[in-house]
Design a protein around this ligand. Sequence first.
Ligand SMILES: [Zn+2]
Length: 64
Amino acid sequence: MKILKCDLCDVTAEGETFDDWMAALRPHYMEAHADVMNDPSRPHSKEDMEKWMADNQARFDAVD
Ligand SMILES: [Zn+2]
């Protein structure tokens, strides 16, 4: 089980795998960062999502 912070704040989520961690973080993201997710000035392309996933996967993999 890994515990990892949200990439936008200090709230933590935990999961056995990256997918578990994402599933655990999603409700927090929806509640605390809905403005970020819905901000039209932020890039939301498929590439941006893939970059977000890759960055967070790297962070997840870096945790022991
Ligand atoms: Zn957060």
